[in-house]
Write a protein that binds this ligand. Structure first.
Ligand code: GDP
Ligand code: IMO
Ligand code: MG
Length: 429
């Protein structure tokens, strides 16, 4: 059995967590390969709702082993709180069920302080980060001064390393941002305690995944964030600091390219974004409230990690086709189709217009979308409540047509559609 990959095709929050949960029923390993606790993946099982930031969503299925690959950045406080939360819900999480790469990097309170200070310094040009220290942690990694999980294994030196790191951060905080320094000693003590708790989880996950694939076991790679938040190929600089793309899996897990099977793109039936940056199909006013919801439902568009209201808009076919290309997607799963019920018309962006010309593809990537105006196609909506639908034939014709158009615009088949947050609320196409 090969390696299947699940990535978001938009700006995150497409419903990756629930799709990973669905496919994990038949997976042996579920692995996060990028990002950190900036992610918020929601899985609803019956009356229980799990919001997972670091632990792979597949861990809820007892048949899986969760992996945090080397491409992930780890804030131990979040991870340990999540392990406790899962145990309280009866999910077994121990070093036999969760493995952490020795080469994954740590996020520290220093990184979080830098994230906040840098956002404040950006003034009106803020990225709107999640404030989780993601950018500074990856900056330290690429600057070759980051702290890796394996350093937690060296009891004699880890405390000193942490103190030196916080002292270094303090210099930047004071000199560049005029921010109060952090006290290194209690932070280093705290991290020594985390090291104690996490030590047994740390190992060579790259070798583990390789051996699993060689045995013919199945591995699911769970992307965090989304295509348009990719550091290189997203709406730069309004992006995250890692690669959420399918190609990020190889580097982020430490495996070769030869094992890949399905590459599944998760696409919300409309579009959302938290944080700043371009969003050509964004809507305002009543339509925005209609797509976002008011917060009355758990699935309404408010950030899983920060609680911020998400910006919303119509599905962007140009960006979706881009996501298919840049990830090499083999298929799509469309989520939240139920939310569109009751709209008289559903709009989809089929091309961009600029300077009297129409573009069906981006001429220069998605970083600068300011010249473009979306060209919309209006499709008839449907009234029926879809939340109880379980088969393609029971979907209203207008909903079927909308999905067919998504498939046509993207160039790949839609293999599944979700019609509610619950595990069972899925239609095979
Ligand atoms: P992720 O970051 O991609 O895993 O997505 P989030 O969990 O941040 O956001 C997706 C939200 O939509 C969550 O509240 C899910 O429970 C919810 N959700 C997922 N699929 C569906 C669906 O088909 N219908 C509805 N109504 N909600 C959904
Ligand atoms: P999941 O996995 C949506 C956004 C932030 C901000 C930008 C940079 O739940 O889909 P960062 O803290 O990463 O430096 O912030 O990226 N962002 C997300 N938006 N879903 C996410 O994760 C996100 N992770 C980061 O809002 O715009
Ligand atoms: Mg999310």
């Amino acid at each position: 059995m090969p390696l299947d990959i699940i990535v978001g095709t938009q700006w995150g929050d497409e419903g990756k967590g629930r799709v990973v949960d669905m496919l994990s029923a038949r997976a042996d390993y579920v692995a996060r390969f990028n990002g950190g606790d900036n992610a918020g993946h929601t899985v609803t099982v019956g009356t229980q709702t799990f919001k997972l930031h670091l632990t792979p969503s597949g861990i809820i299925h007892p048949n899986t082993i969760g992996i945090l690959g080397n491409g992930v950045v780890i804030y131990p406080e979040t991870l340990l709180a999540e392990i406790t939360m899962l145990r309280n819900y009866g999910v077994t999480v121990d070093p036999t069920r969760l493995r952490i790469s020795h080469a994954a990097h740590l996020i520290t309170p220093g990184h979080r302080a830098l994230d906040r200070a840098q956002e404040t310094a950006r003034g009106k040009d803020q990225i709107g980060t999640t404030g989780r220290g993601i950018g500074p942690a990856y900056t330290d990694k690429t600057a070759r001064r980051g702290i890796r999980m394996e350093e937690m294994l060296d009891e004699s030196d880890f405390h000193r390393r942490m103190v030196a790191h916080i002292e270094e951060v303090n210099q930047t905080l004071a000199r560049l941002y005029e921010v109060e320094p952090l006290d290194p000693s209690p932070i280093a003590d705290q991290y020594a305690d985390y090291a104690e708790k996490l030590r047994d989880y740390i190992g060579d996950t790259s070798a583990l995944v390789w051996e699993a694939l060689r045995r013919g076991q199945s591995v699911l790679a769970e992307g965090a964030q989304g295509t348009l938040l990719d550091l290189d190929h997203g709406t730069y600089p309004f992006v995250t600091s890692s690669s959420p793309l399918a190609t990020g899996v190889m580097g982020g897990l430490g495996i070769g390219v030869g094992h890949v099977g399905r590459v599944i793109g998760v696409t919300k039936a409309f579009q959302s974004r938290v944080g700043a940056g371009p969003f050509p199909t964004e809507v305002q006013g009543d339509t925005a409230v209609r797509l976002r919801g008011t917060g009355a439902n758990p699935w309404d568009e408010f950030g899983t990690t920060t609680g911020r209201p998400r910006r919303v808009g119509w599905l962007d076919g140009v960006l979706l086709r881009y996501a298919v290309r840049i990830n090499g997607l083999t298929e799509l799963v469309v989520t939240k189709l139920d939310v569109l019920s009751g709209l008289p018309e559903v709009r989809v962006c089929v091309a961009y217009r600029a300077n009297g010309r129409e573009y069906s593809d981006l001429p220069l990537g998605p970083a600068d979308l300011s010249p473009f105006e979306p060209v919309y196609e209006d499709m008839p909506g449907w009234d029926a409540d879809l939340t109880g639908v379980r088969s393609w034939g029971d979907l209203p014709a207008a909903a079927q047509n909308y999905l067919a158009r998504i498939s046509e615009l993207s160039g790949v088949p839609v293999c599944q559609v979700s019609v509610g947050p619950e595990r069972e609320q899925v239609v095979d196409v």
